[in-house]
Design a binder for this molecule. Sequence first.
Ligand code: OXD
Ligand code: MN
Length: 592
Amino acid sequence: MTKNETVIKWLGEMEELLTPDKVVWINGSEEQTEELRKLAVELGELTKLNEEKLPGCYLHRTKPNDVARVEDRTFICTTTKEEAGPTNNWEDPAKMYKKLYDIARGSYKGRTMYVIPYSMGPIGSPLAKIGIEVTDSVYVVLNMLIMTRVSDKVMEVLGDSNDWVRGLHSRCDIDPENRYICHFPQDNTIISVNSGYGGNVLLGKKCFALRIASYQGWKEGWMAEHMLILGLQNPKGEVKYIAAAFPSACGKTNLAMLIPPKYLRDKGYKIWTVGDDISWMRIGPDGYLYAINPENGFFGVAPGTNEHSNFNALESTKKNTIFTNVALDLNDNTVWWEGLNKNLPENALDWKGNPWDPAKFNKADKTTCAAHPNSRFTAPAENCPCISDEFNKGQGVRISAIVFGGRRAKCAPLVYQSKNWENGVFVGSAMASETTAAAAGAVGVVRRDPMAMLPFCGYHMGDYFRHWLEMGKKLGDKAPKIFNVNWFRTDDEGNFVWPGFGDNMRVLNWIIDRCEGKADATETAIGYVPKPEDIDLTDLDMDMETLKDILTVDKDIWTKEAEEIEEHYKKFGDKLPAELRAQLDNLKANLK
Ligand code: OXD
Ligand code: MN
C-alpha cells in the first residue's frame, strides 16, 4: 500500500507485536465504509437507527466503565520529567513503551488490524499534518472516517517523508486498571490501550491535534490550540475570524455555531463555523496569523443540545452521524437525550441498554438520566448549515481576535480587551472557571486552566507560555488582539445576568469593532472595558444599569484574584517567563 520505508517498518513492528489475523487498509471510499458499517452492526458494535428520520445514523454504547477521557491515566513521556512539566503525568519513555507493549502484545489475535492513514487539516494543506492509526475497533475506524480526512491521497502526499504521527490503539479488555493514554512527543507516537471511548481512542483529536501538535508547534514555530474558529460576516459581506478558547462546559460548540439575534440577522449579520474545538495557527507569508480546523467533524456533547441552544449542531446530527451513549427511543428507533426536548420517551433504553423509566427521572440525579451526561454525537462538519466556505481550504483564515473565557460568577466582566499581546498571554495563562452544581464536588471552586490547555499541553506549561510570547514578538503589530469574555456573571440570587447563546453576538460585534478601531473603551486595571452604550441592547430585556453592573471590575475581587494567580504561578517555578511575572506585578500596582 505504500513505499514509505518508515511506515512499512512501523507497521511491521505493529503486526509482530499485535499479531492480527489480517490487516486492512482504510481508504475512505463509500464502498469500504458501507461494508464496515454492516460489519459493525453484525458485531453488535452499532445499532442502525431509523433510516427515514436519521439516514445513515447509528448508535454505539461503550462499556459503563469507559465513558470519558481519563486524565489521571494520560501521560506525556518525554526524556525527562522536567520537559513534561508540573501539569502532566510523566513516565520514562523506555519504561512506558515496555509496559504498554506488554499490555498490547498479542491483543489483536483473532482480530483485524485496521490501518487508517489520515490528514489533520485539508489534505495537502501547508498547515495540515498526517497520522496513521492502527486499531482493532470498527467503531474507531468509522469515527475516524468522520472526524478526520481519510483517503489514499494521504499516503501520496506523505511520500517518503518521516513527518507523520504513529498511533496505536488496542481495545485489549477495556480494563480500567490497565487503561493508558500515552504520548511520546519526541517520537511522534501515541499509544492508547484498554479504552473504546472517543476522546481516548480517536487519536487524531486530543492526542495528536493538541498534545503532540502543541509540542510540534513549539519546536516548529506554530500553535495548536483548544479553540473554536468562527467567521463573523457583517452587512457588507466582509468576514472577520475569531479563535476562542474556553474550558469544558462553557459552550464552545454553541458559540462556534451561533445564530445572531433577529435584528442583526435582518441587517445581514451572520456567523460561519470553521471549527468547534481545535485550531492550528501559523504565521502566513504576509505576517498575519492564519488558522485551520484540523478536524473534519464534530465530536459534541449531546445532552443540552436542542433546536434553541444550538440549532446548527442539532441539524448536523441528522444524517451520517454516530451517537455514543445516548438513549434509544424504541417507538421509532431514534435517539433521545436530556435537554433534546420535553417529550421524555415512554418506551426507551437508557445509555446502558436497559429499559428506562421516565417516571423515575430526576434532573438532579445523574444516575436516573437516559443518556450519559457525556454522551456524544460524531457528526460530519459538512452537515453543519453554517459551515464556512473556508473550512475545506488549506490556506487557513486570518485571525483578527483571540478570545479567552471561563465561568466566573463575580470576577471577570462580560468582556474586556487586553492591553497588548503580552498582557493577553497573561490573561490566558490565568484563565479559570468555577465549578457548577452540575458537576460533583463543591460549587464555585476556581480551577485554573491556562488557555483551556491544562489537559492538552504536551510539554512544560512554562515553555508553552514562553512560546506564546515568542509568537507575539514574531507577529508584532500584525498580531490578533486578545480579549476575555465571561457569559456567566450572576446576580445576588445566583441567576445568570447575561442571556448568552445568540446574544453573545452583541459582544462579538464589539470585539470586531475594537479590532477595526471603531469602538471606544474605558481603560481599567485589567484592560479595556466597553462603554455600556457600545454594547447594542436592541430587542433585549436588559437596562443600562444591569449592563453596567456586569461590566464592572471590582477592585477587592480582583485583588484576591491577583493573589490566587500568584499561587497558580508558583507551580511553574523558574520556567515562568519574567514577562508574565511583570504582568502580575503590574496588575497588582494598577489595583492599588
Ligand atoms: C472535548 C473536551 O471533548 O474538551 O472536546 O473534553
Ligand atoms: Mn475540547
